[in-house]
Design a protein around this ligand. Structure first.
Ligand code: UD1
Length: 372
């Protein structure tokens, strides 16, 4: 690589499941620019935070993401172990071949760890999905957001709320780029390819005749007694409809030996196309994920979020999402409203239009062009 090209090498960091759908459109947009003569190029760095086929491999295959150029293979560990392992691995990579920019997405440990390692070596940081805040410091993701944004140079945002959060914390306006939502680029791009999972027939699922549920936040699943109460409340509130529950690995550990209501159908973590097929045709979704609330908003599917806060308030203010909270007694009234046909219709937030990856690639090139 000659020196000029090195000025355009962007590290794209992906570590955990919710990162993969966010980076895919950015890489595609960079590839498209390259075909028309752009110097912009990327090195895909997988930190290995999520490592098994169900949490990582199948997303690469389905979303057409090329094999990572580098895998740091950090694996599981405590918050500090995982963060530290990624920092050590990524610092080593930057010292052996420096990039012009480190682009991180979302709010997982990989996001924060790579931002720190890069900025300390004076590699500028761009953060996609910057500026969102739940205000809840008990969530590791909120710490990751705060730390990452405090050392980010260029902020790519999904919403006006994120823009104003950044403004309030003193970020200059010319460092913020309101580009929209790359997760929604991926969703719109794959909408026609969504397909039912193999168990669709076996469970005799029908459109609007079942729920989808995902739960993995420590606040919901780590304490067995309260997790069991939550599952009971779901089971008794859905009027016998099946609840398809793709079980995240940390949730699977918590569920071992637990009695689960019969209508809750625990299944493996689903691949992207199957999961979103299930969501698209569900009567409603019960979740504690952030990304899922964005996807349900775009698909117009009622979404009950089992959290007390959200960093994505537009999914509530504009979309189909409602914060039900973590108290199981609040679930039934919400499910009753849904099942009685009184859920809000919802709209789509500005710039969630399928072209965010292109906007990001254009800005990246402009920003790197302007570097000394
Ligand atoms: C991480 C993110 C969270 C995101 C979630 C989506 C952080 C702080 N959290 O949480 O924001 O919503 O991913 O999945 O970064 N495991 C496997 N196979 C894998 C990956 C993990 O079995 O491929 C197991 C681990 O061994 C561990 C558990 O799942 O026991 C949790 O994994 P971890 O990466 O620590 O965090 P998540 O809870 O997945």
């Amino acid at each position: 690589m000659n020196a000029k090209d090195a000025n355009y090498l962007v590290d794209i960091i992906a570590g955990a499941r919710p990162n993969f759908m966010k980076v895919a459109p950015i890489m595609r947009a960079i590839d498209a620019r390259r075909r028309t003569g752009s110097r912009l190029r990327y090195r895909l760095v997988h930190t290995g935070q999520h490592y098994d086929e169900r949490m990582s491999g199948q997303f690469f295959t389905q979303l057409g993401i090329p094999a990572p150029d580098v895998n740091l293979e950090v694996g599981s560990g405590s918050q500090a172990e995982q963060t530290a392992g990624i920092m050590v691995g990524y610092e080593r990579l930057l010292l052996s071949e420096r990039s012009a920019l480190c682009l991180v997405v979302g709010d997982v440990n990989s996001t924060m760890a790579c931002a720190i390692a890069a900025q300390k070596l004076r590699v500028p940081v761009a953060h996609v999905e910057a500026g969102i805040r739940s205000g809840d410091w008990t969530m590791p993701e909120e710490i990751n957001r705060l730390v990452t944004d405090s050392i980010t140079n260029w902020f790519f945002t999904t919403s006006e709320v994120a823009n104003s959060n950044l403004r309030r914390s003193g970020v200059p306006a010319d460092a913020v780029f309101f580009v929209g939502n790359t997760m929604i680029d991926t969703l719109l791009d794959n909408m026609a390819k969504l397909r039912p999972p193999p168990f669709w027939e076996e469970l005799t699922l029908e459109a609007n005749g079942y729920f989808v549920m995902t739960l993995h936040r420590p606040a919901n699943v780590d304490d067995p007694a309260s997790f069991a109460r939550l599952l009971e409340a779901v089971g008794s509130g859905v009027r016998g409809l099946p609840v398809i529950f793709p079980v995240h690995p940390r949730t699977a550990k918590a569920m071992q030996g637990m009695a689960v209501p019969a209508c809750i159908k625990a299944v493996e973590p689903q691949p992207y196309l199957e999961f979103n097929h299930l969501v698209k045709h569900a009567r409603g979704v019960i979740t504690d994920s952030g990304g899922v609330t964005e996807e349900t908003t775009v698909m117009g599917v009622p979404c009950l979020t089992l959290r007390d806060t959200t960093e994505r308030p537009e999914t509530v203010a504009i979309g189909t999402n409602e914060l039900v909270g973590t108290d199981p007694s609040r679930l039934k009234p919400a499910l009753d409203r849904l099942l009685d046909g009184h859920w809000k219709a919802g709209g789509i937030p500005p710039k969630w239009d399928g072209h965010t990856g292109e906007r990001i690639a254009r800005e990246l090139e402009r920003l790197l062009d302007a570097q000394p």
